[in-house]
Design a protein around this ligand. Structure first.
Ligand code: GTP
Ligand code: MG
Length: 326
């Protein structure tokens, strides 16, 4: 667990390319040779025709004899394409839209296969598996990581507003009261379990000092959720509107932005409601919601985790909808 929470400087991890291929996988079914489903995961919004699926599965016994362990085969119906491959006594079926690119599906199936072997290969090979399906339940998370990719959360805002402190609060790390300005950006990879997601979450903590601002637009690329952190002063609120006007509204119109009115413990701070009023006068729909925060206070951890949980649900629901309306 600890290794998932390490914060790494971006410079060392420039080679990380976030894997975000538009998801056109309808579902994944992992089953035994005799057609018993071990794990079924639906990624599309399409109602699965269970009868069709059952008929299709029963036909598998015929196909299976012909394929070897390294093969991936496919067959298609009017609406969907079914890819299948075997691993000892296990069959992996991936159902996709007809227009999903074959080489991408192949590479995902190979990743699924590799992960499956890593986790269960020994067990299946030495014959000690007694038919208990529940051991495959935690493979859901691996599937989600492979098929949906990671969730990118960008933490933006001007220098000293508390972005790094907020990241530490989220990750459950010790809070440093001394201000150490971030250089370029830091990335923290976070296991999503605490946030009820089966995907890995990657936080990008931007450097807010003025000499790094020219990087923001490109660093935001691929962001699912942007946390715009304010220090809740009037001056900062006004200049943060520029981040919305000049970058977010121009280049990331569809990215979910959440305002964090930080430093609420200090005197004469603007309320989150006031900040929300000012920020919502920009062109965004839905308007930006703003929440009060004290990032140096560990009691606020549950609050920020709750906000992230809701935001991720919102993003996942939106992704499903847009996949479905193509
Ligand atoms: N009183 C108070 N201080 C805070 C709060 N959040 C952060 N700070 C302090 O504000 C200072 C700056 O915090 P950082 O988290 O480093 O700010 P940052 O936004 O990451 O700054 P850059 O990396 O330069 O962009 C630190 O001294 C923090 O301890 C808060 O909620 N209340
Ligand atoms: Mg910082």
């Amino acid at each position: 667990m600890a290794k998932d929470r390490d914060i790494i400087n971006l410079n060392k991890t420039e080679s990380i390319i976030l894997n975000r291929v538009k998801n056109m996988i309808e579902y994944v079914n992992i089953l035994t040779r005799d057609g018993k489903s071990l794990l079924f995961r639906n990624y599309g919004d399409t109602e699965i025709d269970r009868d069709l699926l059952a008929g299709f599965l029963s036909a598998f016994s015929g196909f299976i004899k012909e394929i070897s362990q390294s093969d991936i085969r496919s067959t298609q119906t009017e609406d969907f394409k079914y890819y299948y491959t075997i691993l000892n006594d296990i069959i992996i079926v991936v159902c996709t839209d007809l227009d999903e690119k074959e080489d991408q599906v192949y590479s995902k199936i190979n990743m699924i296969k590799g992960k499956f072997i890593e986790k269960y290969g020994k067990l299946l090979e030495d014959g000690s598996w007694a038919g208990n399906r529940s051991i495959f339940a935690d493979f859901q998370k691996e599937l989600d990581n492979i098929l949906l990719g990671q969730i990118k959360v960008s933490i933006i805002g001007f220098g000293g507003v508390g972005k790094t402190t907020l990241l530490h609060l989220i990750c459950g790390k010790d809070i440093n009261l001394e201000y150490v300005p971030t250089i370029t950006a830091d990335i923290a990879s976070y296991d999503g379990e605490e946030l009820d997601v089966h995907r890995k979450i990657v936080f990008w903590d931007f450097a807010g000092q003025s000499n790094f601002r020219s990087l923001w637009q490109s660093l935001l690329d691929g962001t699912d959720i942007a946390l715009l952190v304010l220090d809740s002063t009037f001056e900062n609120l006004n200049s943060s509107k520029e981040i919305i006007n000049d970058i977010l509204d121009k280049y990331y119109k569809n990215t979910l932005v959440i305002g964090i009115a930080n430093k609420q413990d200090l005197p004469h701070r603007l309320t989150p409601e006031f900040c929300e009023k000012i920020l919502s006068s920009t062109e965004r729909h839905p308007p930006i919601k703003v929440y009060g925060m004290v990032a140096i206070n560990p009691n606020y951890r549950e609050k920020i985790l709750g906000l992230l949980r809701d935001a991720i649900k919102q993003v996942e629901a939106k992704n499903k909808k847009s996949n479905n309306s193509k």
